[in-house]
Design a binder for this molecule. Structure first.
Ligand SMILES: Nc1nc2c(c(=O)[nH]1)N[C@H]1C(S)=C(S)[C@@H](COP(=O)(O)O)O[C@H]1N2
Ligand SMILES: [Mo]
Length: 355
């Protein structure tokens, strides 16, 4: 079930070291897992903890106050809805305080129309493409029976997370800080499935197709169809997953099956997964071309116009951190100390220290 060794820091494991510390050097860091700092920052703030024990669980729904829309998403709790067509919702920072993100707090980013009631009994996944040795279709039960299961705690962050702070403003969902989460995921290794089907020598990329419809409902038109290079596809932690935190995936997060590429833009982690294509070229599905999910290959001043050919596909996400406790706006007396907690993460490297 669980893979230890080099990657154990972010495998789901009782001893996995998710205890790194804000404001102190620690090597207990995760590469793609959140690094959860639960230690006091008193040293830095010169004060002492007073707050947490007075905060009854009943206060949490105050997060709803951040939005005036009555729109709620089944199974989600306290998310701020940015758009209802397609449904997009992010998590207020203080609701990302857990070391393992609860499914109810995991953000939702849809590009199209969510499948209505996917049936796991009849669900199939097909592997094909010009660099696949053959075309093969698996039922969900066959995937579960034929391949070893793995569980890893992995960070998914939308490539657009933080966009609301751009100046000049960028188009698209105005994510503040909450299009990120780090739950545990269970499934089979993508590489085990690809190897069972057969990967030709000229393979360079995989692409996914999901069961969601384009907003226009044009038959056969994908809302999004992205992918990753073979090197990422063949990593141990790259999963075809059916569970989040040991429960079936929430519908909004891809039930019954999705890809999970920890640390990479979550747009690569295809939801409602029906088909994977093994490509002999960089996948050219919806939202792979033009400026979508790309950044300028070389840094430019904000607002600079960049030609399409100078935009590069985002791969591993950059380093970032988020304070999740106390809640933003909390009043606190100057003379007493305050514990500060949060997470730091990085798409492909280790976070060693947070100042
Ligand atoms: N089939 C499908 N997969 C998808 C998407 C989608 O709209 N359809 N959105 C992508 C984007 S842009 C992101 S950020 C993540 C969001 O995953 P989540 O909704 O589980 O948080 O799913 C990715 N996979
Ligand atoms: Mo995204």
């Amino acid at each position: 079930m669980k893979k230890r060794g080099l990657h154990s820091l972010y495998a789901k494991d009782p001893v996995h070291a998710d205890e790194a510390v804000f404001g102190r050097t620690s090597h207990h860091v995760t590469r793609r897992g959140f690094l959860s700092g639960l230690k006091s920052l008193s040293v830095l703030l010169g004060a002492e903890v007073v707050y947490g024990q007075f905060m009854p669980a009943g206060l949490i729904p105050a997060a709803f106050a951040q939005t005036d829309t009555p729109f709620t998403i089944e199974g989600k709790d306290g998310l701020v809805v940015l758009n209802d067509r397609p449904v997009n919702a992010e998590t207020p920072a203080h609701l990302l305080d857990d070391a393992v993100t609860p499914a109810s707090r995991f953000f939702v980013r849809n590009n199209g129309i969510v499948p209505e009631s996917p049936d796991p009994k009849t669900w199939t996944l097909t592997i094909e493409g010009e660099s696949a040795a053959q075309s093969r279709t698996f039922t969900l039960d066959e995937l579960k029976a034929q391949f070893k299961h793995y569980t890893y705690q992995l960070t998914l962050e939308c490539g657009g997370n933080g966009r609301a702070e751009f100046s000049p403003a960028a188009t698209g969902n105005q994510w503040t800080t909450g299009a990120v989460g780090c739950p545990s995921w269970t499934g089979v290794r993508l590489k085990d499935v690809l190897n069972a089907v057969g990967v030709k020598d000229d393979a360079v990329y995989i692409g996914y197709y999901g069961d969601d419809q384009h907003l226009s409902r044009t038959p056969g038109k994908a809302a999004i169809s992205r992918g990753v290079p073979m090197s990422k596809a063949m990593e141990d932690e790259s999963l075809i997953a059916w569970a989040m935190n040991d429960a079936p995936l929430p519908l909004m997060n891809g039930y019954p099956l999705r890809l999970v590429f920890g640390g990479w833009p979550a747009s690569t982690s295809g939801k409602w997964l029906k088909k994977i294509v093994i490509r002999n070229q960089i996948h050219d599905g919806a939202k792979m071309l033009g400026k979508a999910y790309r950044t300028p290959c070389k840094p430019v001043a904000p607002g600079t116009k960049v030609a399409d050919e100078d935009m590069c596909i985002i791969e591993a996400m950059p380093v970032k951190s988020l304070i999740t406790y106390p809640q933003s706006g909390t009043a606190h007396t100057l003379s007493s100390s305050l514990e500060v907690r949060g997470h730091a993460w990085c798409g492909s490297a280790s976070v060693e220290k947070v100042y």
